[in-house]
Design a protein around this ligand. Structure first.
Ligand code: ZN
Length: 452
């Protein structure tokens, strides 16, 4: 078989691996490049082969760094099916429509301020493009092989995000490829641990945290203490959160804190993000896939006011009563959370808690570094509120958990490729796999093709 590494090999975004196997050209993931501009410009390059020559796409999970380029692939001529799990289909719909909206907003802004070299600036893709891609999503069961031509394909749940799976492609003897997708944690709040896979001849393993261990902390206890202290001095706790996955984990955490009496059950809780509200509904519908009891899934939003519209959101920003507010975006780069930040940051009684990774250069990263003020809607807002970063909410396996998952393989794959990591993380994992497991392992180069 032949594999072309077309994204997420020198970075954690743009996941795209083209596998030529059993006479089929199968694209594993079709993600958007994000972060620094050098990566983002890759979104505008044509696909290395005509998209019409790709037979099928298999999607590991819904995160846009794995799914967010599908609208371009379909617009540029891809005519096959996009296979994924049922929950991935539903989350992908939500995330692709949001991504298209952001692309359209970017183009509008570029036109308004004239900072595009192209006039008029065009979005990378539109809502109509996203809808066309969504129509191609084809649901397949997990742990049930399905056929792509003569290739047996299987999705295996790996925690991380609702619907997330590893992908196996197999044909004949010694031709089994396993792609980990993003692996979840052994002890996640919401998702069960990643299922192990017994056999691979060729393995692609992610390495987001390939050089790091998650701190051993009880994030619930940390959050509980912050909430108690903040509310006792009359302040509000603002949780800027990713709408899908993280917001639901926070809800679980808050419900448990309330049930145990660790935080007062009279303290109002708000979920102010339309996408988080939709995602929460999907999580509850797919409760069988979660690590929650039916009771917990049923009562996830008890006592939580879900903010429906912009007007209610504005009213909430004017409120001076102590409360807990979950709002997006997770890195305070946009969305309703900006209005809350502007209202809450100048008051030392409040506490802003970031429960997710903050990409360097974002407003969230500046705040956790202790910036004395932040620019919001063109004005400098002084930051007098406390700011914390809770790292224990990560949805990714750390280096030890990645190594543990690898130990599930009964014998070493013929070749292992370390993908989906920054260079230092990928190389650290490569070294551990070589030294601790004595496997054949390498980190492929961006746009390289290997025959294995
Ligand atoms: Zn992911």
């Amino acid at each position: 078989m032949e594999i072309s590494f077309l994204g997420a090999v020198d970075t954690v975004t743009g996941s795209r691996h083209l596998v030529h196997i059993g006479g089929q050209r199968i694209l594993l993931d079709c993600g958007l490049f994000q972060g620094f501009k050098t990566y983002r410009t890759r979104n505008w390059l044509p696909f290395p082969i005509p998209p019409k020559d790709i037979d099928a796409v298999v999607l590991s999970h819904a995160h846009v760094d794995h799914s967010g380029w599908l609208p371009v692939l379909v617009r540029e001529g891809f005519a096959g099916r996009i296979y994924c799990s049922a929950a991935t289909r539903e989350l992908t719909e939500v995330l692709l429509l949001d991504s298209a909206h952001l692309q359209e907003e970017d183009a509008r802004r570029a036109n308004r301020f004239g900072y595009s070299r192209h006039t008029p600036a065009l979005p990378l893709y539109t809502t109509a493009d996203a809808k066309r891609a969504i129509k191609r999503l084809e649901v397949v069961g997990t742990n049930e092989p399905f056929m792509i031509g003569h290739v047996h394909a299987t999705l295996t749940p790996v925690g991380h995000l609702l619907g997330a799976c590893a992908v196996t492609l197999a044909t004949g003897h010694h031709q089994t490829l396993v792609f980990s997708g993003d692996l979840g944690r052994d002890n996640d709040l919401l998702m069960p641990p990643p299922q192990r896979i017994a056999h691979a001849d060729v393995l692609l393993i992610e390495s987001t945290y390939g050089d790091r261990r998650h701190p051993v902390v009880d994030v619930g206890a940390q959050l509980g203490e912050i909430i108690r202290n903040t509310s006792s001095r009359g302040g509000t706790v603002l949780l800027p959160s990713f709408a899908v996955g993280r917001a639901q984990a926070l809800l679980v955490c808050l419900q448990r804190l309330r049930a145990s009496g660790a935080i007062p059950d009279t303290l109002p809780m708000y979920l102010d993000s339309p996408m988080a509200a939709t995602a929460t509904t999907l999580y509850r519908q797919h409760r069988r896939l979660l690590r929650l009891s039916p009771y917990e899934a049923e009562h996830l939003c008890d006592g939580v006011t879900v903010i429906e519209n912009a007007q209610q959101s504005e009213e909430l920003t004017r409120s001076r009563y102590p409360s807990i507010i979950i709002s997006a975006s997770g890195m305070a780069t946009g969305g309703r959370v900006l209005h809350h930040l502007r209202a809450l940051a100048p008051d030392p009684r409040n506490h802003i808690v970031f429960p997710g990774f903050q990409v360097p250069g974002t407003r969230g990263a500046k705040l956790i570094e202790g910036a004395p003020d932040v620019k919001i809607f063109g004005t400098h807002v002084p930051v007098k509120a406390r700011v914390s970063h809770l790292e224990g909410f990560s949805g990714h396996a750390d280096a030890d958990e990645l190594m543990n998952w690898l130990k599930g393989f009964e014998k070493p794959p013929r070749q292992t490729f370390v993908v989906h990591g920054d260079p230092a993380a990928s190389d650290a994992l490569r070294l551990r796999i070589a030294e601790e497991l004595d496997w054949n392992v390498l980190v492929p180069e961006h746009r390289s093709t290997m025959t294995v």
